[in-house]
Design a protein around this ligand. Sequence first.
Ligand code: NAP
Length: 472
Amino acid sequence: MTETSRIGLIGLGTMGANLALNIAEAGHRIAVFNRTAEKTRAFHAGAGDLAPRIVPTETLEAFTAALEVPRTILLMVPAGSAVDDQIAALAPYLSPGDILIDGGNSDWQDSRDRAAALAAKGLLFLGLGVSGGAEGARHGPSLMAGGAREAWQGAEPVLASIAARFDGVPCAALFGEGGAGHYVKTVHNGIEYADMQMIAEVYGLMRDGQGRDAAGIAEVFAHWNKGPLESYLVEIAAEVAATADPGTGRPLLDVIADRAGQKGTGRWTVIDAQRRAAPLPAVEAAVTARVLSGEAALRAEGQKLFAGEGRLGPLEDDALASALLAGKVLAYSQGFTLLERARQEEGWSMPLDDVARTWRAGCIIRWRMLDDMAGALAQAKPGKPLAFAPAFAELLSEHVPALRKVVSTATLAGLPVPALSAALQHFDQLRQARGTANMIQGLRDRFGRHGFERLDRPGESGFHGPWADGED
Ligand code: NAP
């Protein structure tokens, strides 16, 4: 009898092909299938030493027959209808107890619904957030799973064996039922938006405010990557800034158009945060900045119309580094607060320190600070922002003055720093015991008799000001 495969993978695109090689390299026999059979043949032909562990198949019948039962099948096709179509095509060949894993960037609500629909048929489902891009897929991604524990137990041996490791611990975990894994991946991407936007803002201050060239900026990022800012994104910021365009010899950054793409996960995060009334201003600013990056003609017209705002005052590199550090901590803190809100509302078993641990290696937002964040979150009281944990409160007390200086200096010079300033504004609101919403309540009561609470009558509500009837 032919040897069966431990796992099957469908979709040999960038991510699927690299994950399949990673799985084979980890010692598992894997069957593969791709909609376009030619790609399957080319993939197998190019798999080198790993080819003997890879079983290429050209029909779903042959693919499912090649798998150990219960079957474990990883889908790496585009999010949306492709996932539903592929599941529907597979269904006739599956048996109760088989495990389907969707490793694409699916909407967490789709994963929740798919898990429920498949459970009704006796099939197990995992929605798996995969981060780390092509390189991570090949050599160790960060894996964020959601679904039934039984599904996780069936798939974990393979998933943990291919995941990135931090201090020997695999960056792969189950975060709750249904859509929990894709939810964590979505928030990861939201934080990624804020992190990249803050890096771009600091780059902009050096370029436009200080007149530094890309090579000089690359050196600054490379230097920062040796300290508390050491992270994948700062590391590759240095690499991108240091790279020359092969065609023109000019710095690559100087020939790249200032229009950033987006596939939607940042926006999903912000919409979900608004639905849950969880403040996420740094990510909101980053998503808005990407939208505005697409309005090149409008920005050019605006520059002509409102030119000459001022010059950037002196800013030391250390102040820029401190501002970036404080901004990043505040953005991550906002992301964890959103996760905590979702954890409570959805009933997910999602310890936030486990999330931070899973992000320590393999994923795009990996940052040495995430290990400290895991430690702080393990001790934190539920509902308290990460920014209030003693170690991070101390860090912020030390670095927020620089963030304040950078944001105000940039603002006076008319240079935009939307994510850094959104993080700072949120921080300042969090440290204002007596806020200004009393004025809002006064206005609401004046025009609509909405009522307010009084400081001198705690526990009671529905007070009104001494005005005549309100207006709509
Ligand atoms: P990709 O390179 O475009 O490959 C897509 C694969 O899906 C191809 O093998 C394609 O087959 C197959 N496919 C497309 N439509 C299909 C359909 N309707 N039915 C069946 N198969 C279909 O995509 P990718 O970058 O590998 O991404 C795969 C998933 O991973 C996406 O959800 C993506 O968002 C997610 N992801 C990507 C990254 C990244 O850095 N690229 C990182 C994390 C997660 P054909 O060869 O027949 O076209």
